[in-house]
Design a protein around this ligand. Sequence first.
Ligand SMILES: *[C@@H]1O[C@H](CO)[C@@H](O)[C@H](O)[C@H]1NC(C)=O
Ligand SMILES: *[C@@H]1O[C@H](CO)[C@@H](O)[C@H](O)[C@H]1NC(C)=O
Ligand SMILES: *[C@@H]1O[C@H](CO)[C@@H](O)[C@H](O)[C@H]1NC(C)=O
Ligand SMILES: *[C@@H]1O[C@H](CO)[C@@H](O)[C@H](O)[C@H]1NC(C)=O
Length: 349
Amino acid sequence: MDTRGACALTLLLACVCPLICGASWMWLAVTSAGVPELPGCRGLSLSDHQRELCIRKPFLLPSLQDGAQLAVAECQNQFRHERWNCSTSSEPPLFGYELTSGTKETAFIHAVMAAGLVHAITRICSQGNMSECGCDARLQNGGSVTEGWHWGGCSDHIQYGTWFSRKFIDNLPKNSSVRRDSYTLSTMNQHNSEAGRQAIEQTMSTDCRCHGVSGSCAIRTCWRMMAPFERVGKYLKERYERSIQVPNQSRKKSRRKELSRPVDKSQLVYINKSPNYCVQDRRRGIAGTQGRRCNRASTGPDSCSLLCCGRGYNTRVERHVQRCECKFVWCCYVRCRRCESMNDMHTCK
Ligand SMILES: *[C@@H]1O[C@H](CO)[C@@H](O)[C@H](O)[C@H]1NC(C)=O
Ligand SMILES: *[C@@H]1O[C@H](CO)[C@@H](O)[C@H](O)[C@H]1NC(C)=O
Ligand SMILES: *[C@@H]1O[C@H](CO)[C@@H](O)[C@H](O)[C@H]1NC(C)=O
Ligand SMILES: *[C@@H]1O[C@H](CO)[C@@H](O)[C@H](O)[C@H]1NC(C)=O
């Protein structure tokens, strides 16, 4: 990003955004490295309670940005082959219509953002030099001598990050964990944010290292650690695919079906059916799939038939030039030939 872009963005974050985009911390995801310094808690597009928290814990500001970037990048990674590809818009709100449409996509966005924040904060806690959080102390002296292992090292302590993510994103009143049979957009978002945080816990694993005479592994030191965020993204994508439609609370009782069972904490829920994302719809900020690259050999979502919604595709030949047949020449360089290949490239009509 050039300096002008960076300035415009800072300006956008600081001035315009709170007025028109309902103040979302998600914008931190696009405050790229091109912006030399974050404008600080006061200059950010945060809601009042978020700004207050940010000012109380300014050392978490870099993690807020890390978490937002991690989450957006992972959303785009998980959806790169789908019709809706998690693209962000250049104007607020960051995810366009999908941030508030109440669809499965809205659900995924909220889950992955909340999870990203837990992940980013937990990582700095585990670096061990924060005064507010650190490694999981409960796991420091336990273990099982008879089974030959004990807890050691630094176990990721997700409780602090989870607490902060809840407080920062949801800001719930104390007794809000009621059993629901219908949802508003805001309770739907809260549910899905919590499911995102659960995903961090669900994907944690235990790692061990062997000790003992010449690697005999007589005794092992073990610690709990978070999965790489990509694994969390994959887990949430699976939840997205199995997400559950729930009734809209503001619908007249007669028109809505009550949920027969409460929804499990770790499931994603949505209120509205998704559009098919096939054709451009400017009003709803849907890009459509025209011009998207498809894979003729695939049978998955990136296949030409699914991605192009049956409209067909254009094929053009693309010339690739690569270094090839590289040989090591004594001494000391590598000599290569230039190889050309022709590949068919398919794009949706
Ligand atoms: C998503 O697809 C649109 C075309 O429909 C493309 O312009 C955009 O770059 C894609 N975004 C990502 C993040 O891949
Ligand atoms: C913690 O340590 C890392 C590297 O050791 C350093 O980059 C970071 O600034 C430190 N954070 C604090 C809050 O001291
Ligand atoms: C919290 O619970 C108390 C008593 O259980 C109730 O009176 C109050 O209305 C509840 N508050 C909210 C915000 O639900
Ligand atoms: C729920 O229904 C009401 C009334 O029909 C509507 O205004 C609102 O947008 C709906 N909520 C969502 C998330 O679609």
